[in-house]
Design a protein around this ligand. Sequence first.
Ligand code: FAD
Ligand code: NAP
Length: 554
Amino acid sequence: MSALQSVSRKDHAPGAYDVVVVGAGFAGMYMLHRLRGLGLTVRVYEQGGDVGGTWYWNRYPGARCDVESMQYSYSFSDELQQQWNWSERYAPQPEILRYANHVADRFNLRRDIQLNTRVDRAAFDESANSWSVTMSDGKTVIAKYVVLATGCLSNARMPDIKGLSDFKGRVYHTGHWPHERIDFTGLRVAVIGTGSSGIQSVPVIAEQASHLTVFQRTANFSIPARNAPLTEEERQAFRAKYPEIRRFAREVARNGIYTEMPDRGALDDGDNERRAKYEQRWARGGLTFMSVYNNLGLDKAANDTAANFVREKIAEIVRDPQTAKLLQPNNHPIGSKRICIDTDYFATFNRPNVTLVDIRSNPIEEILPNAVRAGGKDYEIDALVLATGFDAMTGSVAKIDIRGRHGQTLNQKWAEGPKTYLGLMSAGFPNLFIITGPGSPSVLSNMIVSIEQHVDWISDCLAFMRDRGFEAMEAEREAEEKWVAHVNEVAHTTLYPQANSWYMGANIPDKPQIFMPYIGGVGVYRQICNGVAAKGYEGFVMIAAEQAQRVATS
Ligand code: FAD
Ligand code: NAP
């Protein structure tokens, strides 16, 4: 009997599990559900006070999804997707959090989730082929496998700005927003940061604040969401087509979103036809603006046509020409940073109570007790909102002291950039899986599609190991090196590396600048992962129980 089977018994030793899962967002919850289905003993540790991950932490005004809710939702349970009623095209954060809680209750997940508990350390014991996992409460448990469901955008980044701690008013980070309702009525507010979080929150804060000052370092491309309530008819139409929509999102789409596949490039159309297509997508709203042509991410001249269109739209919306000019992105191709989806973002700068400050030419010098000083000028404020983003993809993993073979830490191994095979495992760290890790499509996709694919693959893999009496599994170094090179090579056939984006780690000082996600598309990636599994997990080493015993005693 393998060790996995032995710890799977109902009378497993206290503090010993088949699998420890770190994180109870959409990834951790579905992982728990699938592992339970295999009859494994599982413990999930979540540092937050409840499930939901991203949607537990990001409670800022205006927070909502940018992939339509009928698609940004689990597909593993047809009953769930047929019964859940999304209220809007893009559900607001409280509703997505309610959905996460509904899933936790519906599938009875809570009994195996320990909240308010951070995983601080995980060390691989080579003699037992198991992990010793230590939590913030000082307790240690043993697990055959560890799954990191720690999230790609879960490590909110406080900017290193002089004087920040001296500010006398309240400071909020969008990624770590308080639970109580924050009312900015009558206050002078500053928002620093104009990525998706800033762009979503600015219009809502502007409606409350007596004055809002937006500090912009980089102007971003943003497309109108055209959010609206969903009618019962629309929901039903979607539900009826779910089998096809989900299949397409998983197998065909590059980004896990059901939409038309373009069959031509932007320069294949004349000016009028191209403009008409962009107008149509602008009117429709949403992320699929970027899939009007098949070469916007590949060809700079093609990309320029879309970028110019959006810049013209900004100039049409924003009345003050100087402000409009500042809001027009000019230092990266459209889409090479995560494109933003907004509701009235640009129009907000027409309000008399909103000021835009360009901190690229006049950087913030310091935060004073009652003001932000930039370009020699003091902007007096009562409250400060930091929409400054995350240490993305690797940040939450790096916070855990993970020690693999020979005591090597994952941070040592990833010092020059993350190295994984398929984004799922890293050589030298047996039985440690990552969901939507660097080297997988993850953040370039509808994340729930990517999460479900990884969870299913890992579950199938553990079932395979159990059925064949394997004790441990590890990525081969050669396979990993080839995959890292492939991820890099594919990225450099696109325009993405031309932007200083968080995809590249460029938002974190001293972080190695490497394009982290796999850009080949979720459909292609799924085929690769399935092919690897079909070939008996090609590129991975599987170790049988007896072999492990010999290795341990030799
Ligand atoms: P998370 O939801 O980040 O959950 C990870 C959990 O792990 C967190 O709760 C964290 O507290 C916990 N954790 C981390 N480290 C530890 C530790 N050491 N110990 C214990 N617990 C730990 N994606 C889309 O596809 N569409 C969208 O519309 C979309 N909108 C987004 C909006 C915002 C504001 C943000 C920030 C991200 C958005 N994303 C979106 C990406 C989003 O992160 C994913 O869609 C998805 O929610 C990720 O789920 P997850 O479970 O992988 O990670
Ligand atoms: P982000 O995209 O990294 O944006 C951070 C912003 O803060 C950028 O404008 C950045 O400027 C600025 N900034 C960072 N440090 C700064 C400093 N020290 N001084 C001044 N400005 C500083 O972060 P985000 O907006 O939180 O979004 C992260 C990702 O989460 C998104 O790309 C998306 O994937 C997801 N998200 C999605 C939604 C949604 O619509 N559903 C909403 C929020 C987030 P530079 O660009 O110059 O670095």
